[in-house]
Structure formats: C-alpha cells, structure tokens
Design a protein around this ligand. Sequence first.
Ligand code: SF4
Length: 348
Amino acid sequence: MSQAIRSVTTQTWNIMEVCGGQTHSIVKYGIDQLLPDQVNLIHGPGCPVCVTPLESIDKALAIAAQPGVIFCSFGDMLRVPGSDGDLLALKAGGADIRMVYSPMDALKLAQQQVQQQVVFFGVGFETTAPTTAMAAYQARQMKIQNFSLLICHVRVPPIIKALLESPDNQVHGFLTAGHVCSVMGYHEYPELSQQFRIPMVVTGFEPIDILQGIYCCIRQLESGRHTIENQYRRVVTEQGNIPAQQLLHKVFETVDRNWRGIGHIAQSGLALRADFADWNAEQRFQVQAITRPEPEACRSGEILLGVLKPRQCPAFGTACTPEHPLGATMVSSEGACAAYYRYRRTSA
Ligand code: SF4
C-alpha cells in the first residue's frame, strides 16, 4: 500500500488524522516513515483527554475534594494536570476517587452507596457519549438521587470546521475517526467536504486501514476531487447507530465548549438537557463559575492544531515527560506528545 501511495503522489499534501488512536498507530508502526516525503501527516485534536479544558479538570478537583463524594472517572483523566495538582494526587491525600471502565459502573456504585454522592466525569467524543447518556437516562428512570454527572463531551464535526476556517489551516485532506463515525455515521461530512473543497476519508485504526485512508485521500487530491469516502466499511455506515444517536439527543443538547489549548468553539460540546438538571454535578456542587486560563508553557494547542510537532516543543522530554506532564497531550495514551515520547524520543 505504501508503494501504491508513492505511485499516485506527485506533489506535497498535508493530511490530518483526527483521532488520537490513529496518531498512536501512526507513530507506533512508523506509518509516516513509509510515506513519500511529499506526504505530511498532521496529528489532529482527536484525543478526548487532551482537549478537556483546564477549567473542567479544576471543576472535577473541586467536586472530588468535597466530603461525602465518591468521584468516578476513566483512568486517563486521573493524571491530567489541573491548576493545582491532579485527581491522583487528591486521591493520595484521602479523597474517594475511583477509576471506572463505564459510567454504568458509577451508577451501580451509587445504588450500593446510598449515603454518598457519586459523581461521574463524562469526557470524550461521540464514541463515549452514548454510555454517559445511558447512565443519565437510567438514573432519571430509577430516580437515583445520589448520582450526578460532570459533563465535558465534545463533538468532532465542529472542530473540523473550526480548523478549516482557521487562517493558519494547512490541511489538504482529512482521515476522519472511524469509531466516532460508527456511532454518528458520516452524513454530517459531505457538506463540510463540499463547502471547503476538501477530501475526507472515514478511516479505521489498523496500520493497513490508515495507509488505505491516506491512499484514498491522495487519489482524490491528485485528481482534483473532494468528497467523502468510507474506507472503514466493515464497521461504519452512512447513518451510523441510530438508537445511540436518539439516546444522545434525548439526554444532551449541543452547546459551545472550550477546548484545551484551542479555545472556544461554537456548538462543539454536549451538555445535559434541562430535564436532567437534577443529575447535573456542576449545578449540584455549584462549580459552574470556575474558569481558568491555560498555562503558557505548554504548546499543546499548537500540537492539537497540527502547527507544531511534539518534538518542537521546548519542554518535550525535559520539563515535560509522562511522569511529570505539563499538558494533557503528554498524559493521555492517545496524546501526540505521549506517542512521540514513547516511540520517537530520539529519532525524527
Ligand atoms: S511536550 Fe508537554 S509542554 Fe510541550 S506541548 Fe506536549 S504536553 Fe505541552
């Protein structure tokens, strides 16, 4: 497949893989090193941990520090630095913070620990949002009053649009994230592809998927076409998982959201609808007013926008390592900085 890519490439093309899982595969398997020099892969903002804003981490810390609270989170979020420490440090100091694999585990815990307030930290893209929605829905159905959710889910199409509208945009084609499309389908993308005259290829995660996605993208670029193609047909359909989308719609509304290092993006987030206000942890624990500016030392915003490669950050591998991360892109297993630290610390 890398040979096929070489055979169709005649000029320089910048292709962005949106998903952090794809970034990890690319760096781990050296997929970028198999490509002709004219093909430049830009690592996009598709790592959910990396884009969760500082203010949400600080809200999580403020809630988790309260007595009588059991704070539940996916493991990756425990080490993401807030303004003053992380959840793991708070746990070491005695707070009841637990790692769960699903929001439904947190809901079960609330049923068992009726004297405690159990809070679930809902982060991630449209891939993880349906299970969070199910936990909120079930909590309301079963009238579980000691359960609430701190929601920071984000949506992929608005960030792609924001990137394309940016005056600094250098991207010629997108590999869109296969797992998000398995839930949401890809019916939102043809309009973007046409509006910005840019190829988009729904792409999976195996090295051969990624190479094939790149090939499809370059073939379009070289022939002056711009449309949406589905490389990941074995998983993704155009309409996606309709029951999951209906559940998302029932529980969440789209809202403006801050992205870590990137800033405010209109209609890029999900928030609990008013019918679910009783299960909204921000309201229950009065943390809505917390806002925080991002620290200047971390260049993760530029990394997430594809303007900078991790090794170009002055702190990479020195002041910032996975043991002592300055930013979320070094913490998460899907973060570009963590992937480069693990697989590319010494090579290009
Ligand atoms: S290496 Fe560390 S400080 Fe630099 S951008 Fe990545 S996370 Fe931020």
